[in-house]
Ligand binder design. Sequence first.
Ligand code: FES
Length: 347
Amino acid sequence: MAAMASAKLRALACLLAAALGAAGAARHVARRGAAPRARVRMSAPPSPAAALGAELDLDGWATRWRVARLAADAFSPERLDVSPSEAAWEAVSIDMTIPRSPDRPGLGLLLVEAGEQDGLGLVLLDGVAPGSNAASLAPGSILRGDVLVSARVPGGPVRSLEGLPYDATVGVLSSLDPAAGGAVLRLKRQRVRPALTVRLEFPEADVQAAAAAASGSDGVVAGPREVTLYAGANLRRSMLARGVQLNDPLARRFDAGIGTGDCGGEGCCCTCAVEVLRGGEVLSAQGTQERQMLAGFPRWRLACKAVVDKLPEGGATLDVRVTPRGFENFYGKEECDVNGKPLYRGR
Ligand code: FES
């Protein structure tokens, strides 16, 4: 979806701000709007420079959401999904009940159509109308750029609004009976996703080369000095995907007992071991096999078995040494398999 003109969005917002009655009135006003509809963004746009926040205009918000039709799987039927367009942001759910009655049925939501394509729609909230039912909620309950996820009346069925085009959205809101009580809404709002900055140390190239020569292997490991990860990321997969040469030529397989080789993330070869210098508390806990394999190396982790767990708001930093056996001050204790046989070959 090409960037929508600000003037058009503002015009729609003004029209809808006037529609403070029932949602049906809003639909009528929207139909009178002459502005052509934009198309829904189907893939991630380039990263906008502006920070998340109330200062962002509707054009900016329209680029920050992505609408998709998710195929059915074993756990859920096909559904529409609205999610942040970049990994640096995440959506949080917000629940609220807007009080209303037959005498005062209007919700007071300012809805703006940001795009429609192939039955998918992006409808943004632009705050609440002054003096409306929604305005009686706590300040900040509804903000510009929020999107509607679902609506229902108390005790009634949940009606999905996520990814619906504008008319369908207004249709669902209009169908909520004001006599049944308040409108129970769920919204999505974006926030900056807590990030983990992983700072990487590599052995000096000449030390690596000497170690590699002594072990009969070749190659010097290298890669970026810093990578950014988010909760749920597997350390090994994420580092390999970012070009970190993780596999240690000095490591031997744990399962076979002889020979070297990358086990492919099965937790059997130890080629992915890293030494965690600081910040390891953000990683998932070790399992029994990993603890056995790294007995005597309390700061090491198998990257293939380490997942970025919950991150504090504001993010965290993790300092690791890649291929720790290659460092000059490697403390030389021998890695053993579960039967006590040394795995470390020395150099
Ligand atoms: S890749 Fe083999 S133990 Fe991690």
